[in-house]
Design a protein around this ligand. Structure first.
Ligand code: SAM
Length: 274
């Protein structure tokens, strides 16, 4: 589990008034990337074809305001709406879960009843999350879309339930950021000095646990970052700057990249589940 002081640091970076705020990223840049990401994910069947979408599950552990996730879901929803009328209702609607380590935990009536009955720990419950009413998923007809508050190192899902984990500049990136995580002897180190190796391993372990056989994790692996304030991608943080984390030794196939430049992505597959 992520340490409480680390959550405070992350909230310091991403919260205002106790709720998550949109990450300070350039709007125009997001829209350009979005188009490129959708093209790549569709061409690799990482966003499934509508006729194969029944029961498909996408989990985004660090979605912030869920801009990308919601648009991916909308793209699939549109594609399903173009199927012949009688095949649009899929057996099991595809599900997109946009999570983040924090979100405004608004209490629903079920939560209130549970708390009255003495429930102490609502960790892992599906909560509305996030203050803004953007990207609620209410406009989607064939795809289910939900937001939850959860730590990527402690995912409230059963084993073998997810087709794709999408982690762009999120939990895995932050797990290597020494502004947030400390070395074992308690001293903060220079950035890129791999202070969070243990956390990285636990997060990757969780991703592997929740993936279905054949599933994959997609992380950013950009080579140019003209628009980004972040010089190094999640993949480079893990693979180049990391001293103690070796993805291959941890059982991940890291040989598959899609896209170029700013939209380049790495598709990581746990060999045990391939
Ligand atoms: C730079 S933002 C990226 C947001 C989004 N993925 C995107 O591409 O726009 C990083 C997000 O990661 C979240 N985060 C950091 N560590 C996390 C963890 N251990 N579990 C879940 N979310 C985490 C932060 O709260 C923040 O919203």
């Amino acid at each position: 589990m992520i340490a409480s002081e680390s959550i405070q640091e992350i909230q310091g970076l991403y919260a205002s008034d106790g709720a998550s705020r949109p990450w300070a990223d350039n709007e125009e840049h997001n829209h350009i990337l979005l188009k490129e990401y959708i093209g790549l994910l569709v061409s690799e069947d990482i966003l499934p074809k509508p006729e194969n979408a029944s029961g498909y599950v996408v989990y985004s552990p660090s979605s912030n305001q869920a801009f990308y996730e919601h648009e991916f879901a909308r793209h699939l929803d549109n594609a399903i709406s173009k199927l012949p009328k009688n095949s649009r209702k899929l057996n099991k609607p595809p599900l997109f879960i946009a999570a983040d380590v924090f979100g405004e935990r608004k209490l629903g009536f079920v939560d209130r009843i549970l708390l009255k009955l003495g429930a102490q720990n609502r960790r892992g419950r599906f909560v509305p999350g996030f203050s803004r009413r953007r990207f609620t998923g209410k406009d989607l007809r064939y795809v289910k879309f939900g937001k939850i508050s959860a730590d990527a190192a402690h995912i409230p899902l059963l084993n073998d339930t997810v087709d794709v984990v999408w982690d762009r500049l999120g939990a895995l990136w932050h797990a290597q950021d020494s502004r947030i995580y400390q070395t074992k002897d308690g001293e903060r180190t220079m950035r890129f000095y791999d202070p969070g190796d243990d956390l990285v391993k636990r997060i990757l372990g969780e991703y592997e646990r929740v993936l279905k056989p054949g599933g994959c994790v997609v992380v950013d692996a950009y080579k140019l970052s003209a628009f980004l304030g972040t010089p190094n991608s999640t993949f480079d943080m893990l693979n180049i700057f990391s001293i103690r984390v070796n993805l291959r030794e941890l059982g991940w196939d890291v040989s598959n990249f899609i896209g170029e430049g700013n939209s380049r992505l790495a598709v990581l597959k746990p060999i045990q589940k391939s």
